[in-house]
Design a protein around this ligand. Structure first.
Ligand code: HEM
Length: 187
């Protein structure tokens, strides 16, 4: 069996913990600011072939975040990161228990500001985009609709940080729901 090449995703494999999370979330009267801690686990699960032409290397992940104020889990997410070695396209597909699933795609970012040892990946999705999309329940479409999702991940050795923005239509306005954290690889 040949060794699977996880490309830019290889450095993610493992368990990560971080307690510097900042969540800005909607509430009827305005904005909720929730400091949080979380564990993200990436597991290498092999590759898959699509339509006998596309080969994707796959990581399965779970992300479990808890509010610092009461230690309760307040965000639970699971899905896949895939890498297509032929095109360089990276896809993050995931679900959250509110009845929302996202397929976001992107690439490794390449710019003079990014040191050679840092891997930065950007992915994004629009509700009915060509490169992915967002599926949501009828209730969520009507009351708490996710319009776009975007995320930048930065991997620097044993430090992983992310910033993400989820644009919502909720409580009769558009709300920029953001989350960021910095995590450390567990030995
Ligand atoms: C670390 C990541 C995230 C955290 C910690 C988080 C946390 C929260 C919190 C605290 C709320 C306010 C409602 C509540 O108190 O339960 C909320 C609302 C919401 N989030 Fe997130 N979220 C995250 C990521 C996402 C992502 C990636 C999506 C979708 C792609 C999403 C979609 C929503 C939606 C649709 C709502 C509105 C539901 C409502 O308030 O009734 N969230 N989130």
């Amino acid at each position: 069996m040949s060794e699977i090449n996880y490309g830019p995703l290889a450095g993610l494999i493992g368990t990560w913990k971080g307690d510097k999370g900042v969540d800005i979330a909607p509430e009827p009267s305005g904005t909720e600011n929730n400091p949080y801690y979380e564990t993200i686990t990436f597991e290498a699960i092999g590759d898959v072939e699509n339509a006998e032409t596309q080969t994707l290397a796959i990581l399965f992940y779970t992300q479990i975040a808890s509010r610092k104020s009461n230690d309760e889990v307040f965000h639970h997410q699971s899905g896949y990161w895939t890498w297509d070695a032929e095109t360089g396209v990276i896809t993050q597909s995931f679900s959250i228990p509110r009845g929302v699933s996202v397929v976001a795609s992107g690439r490794v970012l390449d710019s003079d500001d990014i040191p050679a040892h840092v891997v930065k990946i950007e992915v994004s999705a629009e509700e009915s985009g060509f490169d992915g999309g967002i599926a949501q329940s009828t209730f969520m479409q009507k009351n708490a609709r996710t319009n776009t999702f975007s995320q930048v991940l930065a991997l620097d050795g044993d430090t992983l940080s992310y910033e993400q923005t989820t644009m919502l239509d909720i409580y009769h306005k558009t709300f920029e729901h953001t989350d960021n954290n910095s995590l450390t690889r567990q030995k």
